[in-house]
Design a protein around this ligand. Structure first.
Ligand code: KIV
Ligand code: ZN
Length: 518
């Protein structure tokens, strides 16, 4: 079967979305999971955008060896040099050069003529080919570009040596018929296009990103770009899991293979949720909480009689393997490790030790420990693999008809500190007490959500929040049976990321100085 390459841009286009920024450690964790998922290309970042992004692309290029590692670059020689330097340790690197081609972008954003656009495109691709070899060229805003002009730009880029041509629907404006026409025209008119991989990259402003991506594949695109959970600018990018499952479920329309191990989809989606704190909507196709839930009596009856009455794909095919198996306070370490293995996680001895400790604590508070709880233990308790400046040591909150009062004890760089504060409610009081201790940060909390991750009154609560800390946005997540505790831990998670980012930025600036000339 013909192959469609999957190009994941969760760490670049996805990460640009509000609240989705990730620390370098989180990006590395995601990149490794994307490798396990089987994507062909990981766009690891935009190397020229900051020293921290540069370092993060370089680290991923060094450590993640199977997929091609790409980095975005504007069509300028400075960007392309930085991209090439960041990709230098990669087994196989790719520079993804982009240049806007639509009249509105040329006139108002770049203020250049079509002739200058053609010149820049050719020069940039030539330079990137010279420095790295593998080059993808994107006509930004392709779907609002005059078709004759797209063909001219693509011809120049192909002549200059681009081997992948991407035609993005940057503003999510296109209709599937237009995508088909655009690809057919380029394939018909551009000399040498048969030696090039055509690619589509669709945004979701009109909710058509996946439909447009599939139209592109039907019209000859053999690379498709998107993000996990569809995160991205504005309404997001095309959700890769939806494209892949649509192709797999409707082979009659899409007789193509991908390298994706679909049973890794749910794990990848869940990891991204924990890392960003942004949950897919419950009814989101493939990975939403309700995507495989059958609530209506008639549906339940049908599924019990024959699954395919209301299920077009199985939850197992995307790696959703929740069972009714429960563990409790008498379950041992072996049972725990077996359960994690059944869920697809091979824990290191160290992670298992930590998971077991947390499991025992949870089992003391909660009679039945479900798979969802085990995943929360793993994601929130075992994966914080960066140094934590702040550690919660005790939390006492009293509230009622008067103002709430919180007493917080935290270790800061190994030294115990305590503070008390009042607030309108228990969370306001607890956050105010934390702010007193972490007073060298300027913190503005924007959003806080708390979700029960399993059924029942004794459910574990998962807190996700977004805060601006010292001028940058960070997310924090944590889980605990007590929701005030979960929220305070999520707050500390965001603070720890901010403290870690400060340290990393200083280090990245130092390491990248030879490229940046600072
Ligand atoms: O949406 C877009 O046009 C992009 C390009 C940079 C590929 O993200
Ligand atoms: Zn995009």
């Amino acid at each position: 079967m013909e192959r469609v390459l999957v190009f994941d841009t969760t760490l670049r286009d996805g990460e640009q979305a509000p609240g989705c920024s990730m620390t370098p450690v989180e990006k590395m964790r995601m990149a490794k999971q994307l490798d396990t998922l089987g994507v062909d290309i990981i766009e690891a970042g935009f190397a020229a955008s900051s020293p921290a992004d540069f370092e993060s692309v370089r680290e991923i290029a060094r450590e993640v060896r199977r997929p091609v590692i790409a980095t975005l670059a504007r069509a300028t020689s400075g960007d392309i040099e930085k991209a090439a330097a960041a990709l230098e340790p990669a087994r196989q690197g790719r520079v993804h050069v982009f240049l806007a081609t639509s009249e509105i972008h040329l006139q108002h954003k770049l203020r250049i003529s079509q002739e200058e656009c053609l010149e820049r495109a050719g020069a940039a691709v030539e330079q990137a080919v010279r420095l790295v070899g593998e080059v993808e060229f994107s006509c930004e805003d392709a779907t609002r570009t005059d078709l004759d002009f797209i063909c001219q730009v693509v011809e120049v880029a192909v002549k200059a040596g681009a081997r992948i041509i991407n035609l993005p629907d940057t503003v999510g404006y296109a209709h599937p018929d237009e995508i088909r026409t655009m690809l057919a025209t380029v394939r018909q008119r551009v000399p040498g296009i048969e030696d090039v991989v055509l690619s589509v990259h669709c945004h979701n402003d009109l909710g058509l990103a996946v439909a447009n991506s599939l139209a592109g594949i039907a019209a000859g695109a053999r690379q498709v770009e998107g993000t996990i959970n569809g995160i991205g600018e504005r309404a997001g990018n095309a959700a890769l899991e939806e494209i892949v499952m649509a192709m797999r479920t409707r082979r009659d329309h899409f007789p193509y293979d991908t390298g994706i191990d679909t049973t890794e989809i749910y794990r990848t989606s869940r990891l991204l949720t924990v890392v960003t704190g942004i949950h897919p909507q419950p009814n989101k196709a493939i990975v939403g909480k309700n995507a495989f839930a059958h609530e209506a009596g008639i549906h339940q009856d049908g599924v019990l009689k024959h699954r395919m009455t209301y299920e077009i794909m199985t939850p197992e095919s995307v790696g959703l393997q929740m069972s009714n198996l429960v563990l409790g306070k008498h379950s041992g370490r072996h049972a725990l490790s077996q359960r994690y293995r059944a869920l697809g996680y091979e824990l290191t001895d160290e992670d298992l030790k930590r998971a077991y400790e947390l499991f025992k604590r949870l089992a003391d508070e909660k009679k039945d420990v479900l798979d969802e709880d085990l995943l929360a233990i793993l994601h929130h308790g075992c994966m914080e693999d960066f140094p934590r400046r702040y550690k919660l040591r005790h939390l006492q909150v009293s509230c009622g008809s008067a103002a709430a009062v919180a007493d917080v004890g935290m270790e800061v760089d190994g030294v115990m500190q305590e503070a008390m504060a009042e607030g309108d409610g228990p969370l306001a009081a607890a956050f105010a007490a934390v702010n007193r201790i972490a007073s060298d940060h300027v913190i503005e909390l924007h959003e806080l959500t708390i979700q029960a991750i399993s059924p029942g009154g004794d459910a574990v609560g998962e807190a996700s929040l977004q805060a601006t800390i010292d001028g940058k946005t960070f997310t924090g997540t944590a889980a605990a049976p007590d929701i005030v505790n979960a929220a305070v831990r999520a707050y500390l998670n965001a603070l720890n990321k901010a403290a870690h980012a400060r340290t990393l930025e200083a280090a990245a600036l130092e390491q990248a100085s030879y490229v940046w000339g600072v």
